[in-house]
Design a protein around this ligand. Structure first.
Ligand code: CA
Length: 231
């Protein structure tokens, strides 16, 4: 589905114009004339990005920005601040309130679309880094959560780090030394055998009944997370 852009702008012709241009560029749009309306819209459907005008009746764009940043579900929503002001201090204030980017009116639709695309790409890269999925296993580095086939799996901090490392490159065999370095920070007092112990624990936690063992042991080489088990 194409990205949904929330436009928060009280001047109807400007909002309509932006919406028209974004629709033509392949985005879906939803309009809100006030901060209250914007927050109500967000409750209905979470947008992928918000363009927020600074000058709004009642709550200012800055306040809307802060309100969005204080909610769990919109904490990381990419926000472009839109304003007629171009002074450095305003720009700083906008960014401090949580905006990711800043576009000064009047702007060209092409510029706005380029900024939106750049910001969406950036947030995609970020979410891809914080969340990884492989063979039914999902690890969320931000939320510190692991699921397998949708079922929550509890892991110790060490096992979590171990899984996070293996999930970086599914199928790739990490040597014990490499895992020691990545998970234990190369602590010289930790024996390579410790890796084996934690792999055993991870395997036990991860392998829910009826599911295949995803940890592949390669004798003399190391460990990988791999659907393809060696026979
Ligand atoms: Ca306005």
């Amino acid at each position: 589905m194409s990205p949904l852009i929330l436009i928060v702008e009280d001047e109807e012709p400007l909002a309509e114009m932006l919406s028209y241009n974004l629709d033509r560029a392949g985005f879906r749009t939803v309009l809100a004339a006030t901060g209250e309306e914007a927050l109500a819209r967000v409750d209905v459907e979470l947008p992928d990005l918000a363009v927020v005008d600074w000058m709004l009746p009642e709550r200012s764009g800055i306040e809307v920005c802060r309100a969005l940043r204080s909610r769990d579900d919109t904490k990381k929503l990419p926000i472009i601040m839109l304003t007629a002001r171009g002074e450095e201090s305003d720009r700083v204030l906008g960014l401090e309130a949580g905006a990711d980017d800043y576009v000064v009116k009047p702007y060209s639709p092409r510029e706005m679309i380029a900024r939106i695309n750049a910001l969406l790409r950036r947030s995609e890269v970020q979410s891809a880094v914080s969340r990884k999925e492989y063979a039914g296993v999902m690890i969320d580095l931000d939320a510190h959560k692991v699921t397998r086939d949708g079922k929550m799996i509890r892991l110790s901090p060490t096992c979590f780090k171990l899984l996070a490392t293996l999930m970086e490159r599914p199928g790739y065999v990490f040597s014990r030394d490499r895992l020691l370095g990545r998970v234990w920070g190369g602590d010289v007092f930790v024996e390579p055998r410790t890796v084996d112990v934690h792999i055993r624990r991870l395997r036990k936690s991860l392998n829910i009944p009826g599911a295949v063992d995803l940890i592949r042991t390669v004798r003399g080489a190391g460990y990988a997370i791999d659907e393809q088990q060696s026979i």
